[in-house]
Design a protein around this ligand. Structure first.
Ligand SMILES: *Cc1c(COP(=O)(O)O)cnc(C)c1O
Length: 363
């Protein structure tokens, strides 16, 4: 059992939203508390605390500020109409953070710190879990190197913390296919680099392309691999292409982030529940193949998968000079995956994979 100190916020904020009509957006408001755990020079995780939400004290020489030793996770808590709170595959996120810690030479948070820390923090702020249709409590576990030392070696001190942010329904403005920008210059990740882990540095590398995309009226970036030939991801989502006879997502080749929703979509599409008689493949997929199959009339759908949007249909891919139009309508596979995943998350469809955990049962 996790040993921690609870310091309740003496000045809790009035809820900055109404539970009947949560118009929350994303990532803009934070709850009354944070969870923090410290790793120290005795090579173990020491004190854990729930503290009033506020600034972290970091020495200006902290390694994270100079050498980018930072990892994060993104998860959601679902507040169902019966008052219960549920998480979707929380162990997946814990394990992924541990894999990332190995890559960045940070100490991995123990299962206890990650899952029980999350349980106690969300319980403390449970009135902040949105109750309106489709709204969730977004959870951001973060791990940073915090040792004050300018020599280049892994930090011997680290902090693991969790912040919570109520978030509105991603589809408040509808579920319409997006236009995405094919990025031909910048790459997000290379084999042997950091692409397979949720390192903050990956997102620093992606910002310039996303500004470019916005200036071209596109809402996400389609990333190619370092050869500029094969498809990798779309924005901060994994990507799937649906052809006449096959559903394809790029294989996890070391520069692609192993998404939880990607894995869940693959399991669903390969299960007896799937209504689609198409082969489901994880393999290399080139832009040339997509163009060729589009010309043959075999390209049916494209969509992104990720915690925030769950499923995000793509209608058009463009670059400076050309465009591949896919569909103006949301395709059948996108629609079925969204309905099935959301149905499981909100407790409307049977959870036959045991993906959901009730908050109280996290351990
Ligand atoms: C977080 C993330 C994803 C999606 O992962 P999920 O676990 O499905 O939310 C995909 N690609 C990148 C680059 C990401 O950062």
């Amino acid at each position: 059992m996790l040993d921690f100190k609870l310091h309740l916020n003496p000045n809790p904020k009035p809820l900055p939203f109404s539970q009947d009509n949560a118009n929350l957006g994303f990532g803009q408001i934070f709850t009354d508390h944070i969870f923090v755990s410290q790793y120290g020079k005795n090579k173990s995780w020491g004190s854990s605390e729930i503290l009033p939400y506020g600034s972290l004290a970091l020495d200006p020489a902290s390694s994270v500020l100079h050498y980018g030793q930072a990892l994060f996770e993104g998860m959601k808590a679902f507040g169902r109409t019966d008052g219960s709170i549920w998480l979707f595959r929380p162990e997946y996120n814990w394990k992924r953070m541990c894999d990332g810690a190995e890559r960045l030479c940070l100490p991995p948070p123990s299962r206890e710190i990650f899952l029980e820390g999350l349980k106690h923090l969300v319980s403390t702020d449970r009135q902040w879990v949105p109750r309106s249709q489709g709204s969730t409590l977004y959870i951001r576990p973060t791990l940073i190197g915090s040792e004050a030392f300018l020599g280049l070696r892994p930090a011997e001190e680290a902090k693991f913390f969790i912040v919570l942010s109520p978030a509105g329904s991603y589809y408040a403005e509808g579920f319409a296919p997006l236009k995405i920008w094919l990025e031909r210059h910048d790459v997000r990740a290379v084999p042997g680099g950091l692409g397979a882990v949720k390192a903050g540095a990956n997102y620093a590398a992606s910002l310039r392309a996303s500004i470019m995309a916005k200036s071209k009226k596109c809402s996400q970036v389609l990333w190619l691999d370092s050869t500029h030939e094969a498809i990798e991801e779309v924005g901060t989502m994994n990507v799937f292409f649906v052809f006449k006879d096959e559903i394809v997502t790029p294989a996890l080749n070391g520069s692609i982030l192993p998404g939880c929703v990607r894995d869940s979509a693959l399991q669903l599409l390969r299960s007896k529940h799937s209504p689609f008689a198409k082969k489901v493949s994880e393999r290399r997929l080139t832009l040339a193949e997509i163009t060729e199959r589009k010309a043959k009339g075999e390209l049916e759908e494209c969509f992104g998968t990720g915690t925030a949007a769950v499923i995000s249909p793509v209608g058009e891919i463009c670059d400076e000079t050309s465009s591949i139009s896919i569909s103006k309508e949301v395709g059948a596979v996108s629609q079925w995956l969204l309905a099935t995943l959301q149905g499981i998350q909100w407790g409307i469809i049977e959870d036959s994979f045991s993906w959901m955990t009730r908050l109280e049962d996290l351990s």
